[in-house]
Design a protein around this ligand. Structure first.
Ligand code: RB5
Length: 146
């Protein structure tokens, strides 16, 4: 499994912490930036990570901005992306079980580092349940064309 990770300036610090966590678990990832703390625009990084998944360069993605909101709005406009804005372990788990989320969005200014690591851990270790949820995932694409 390969991950794509990205952040804007407001998510940069938490991205670096999440990267350390991924390394400690031997999880393969590519960092799509930003690589510095100077102000930048979150849509660029959401687009890069989303495209990496759509193009098959990565299986799953993690996006971090100040709130996670801008990243989730942008990523969800890419066909094939199901981005979930998550603030705790329960929503992390449900976003995989019920929604087959392929991008995890977090708020770098709102989610403490230790909580973020727990969120990433549970998100990566939870599978889609399928069944009745499969039909609903297909319906998202059918109704929106995304
Ligand atoms: C940057 O100030 C902030 O607006 C951005 O990181 C994000 O929270 C937007 O949704």
């Amino acid at each position: 499994m390969k991950l794509a990770i990205g952040a804007d300036h407001a998510g940069y610090y938490l991205k670096e912490q999440v990267k350390e966590f991924l390394k400690s678990k031997n999880i393969d990832f590519t960092d799509y930036g930003t690589f510095k703390i100077e102000s930048c625009d979150y849509p660029e990084y959401a687009y890069k990570v989303g495209q990496a998944i759509v193009n098959g360069e990565a299986d799953l993605g993690i996006l971090i901005c100040g709130t996670g909101i801008g990243m989730s709005i942008t990523a969800n406009k890419i066909k094939g992306i199901r981005a979930a804005l998550v603030y705790d372990e329960q929503t992390a788990k449900l976003s995989r079980q019920h929604n087959d989320a392929n991008v995890l969005c977090m708020g770098g200014r709102l989610t403490p580092e230790e909580e973020a690591k727990k969120i990433v851990d549970v998100w990566l270790n939870t599978s889609f349940e399928g069944g009745r949820h499969e039909k609903r995932i297909k319906l998202i694409s059918q109704l929106t064309g995304l």
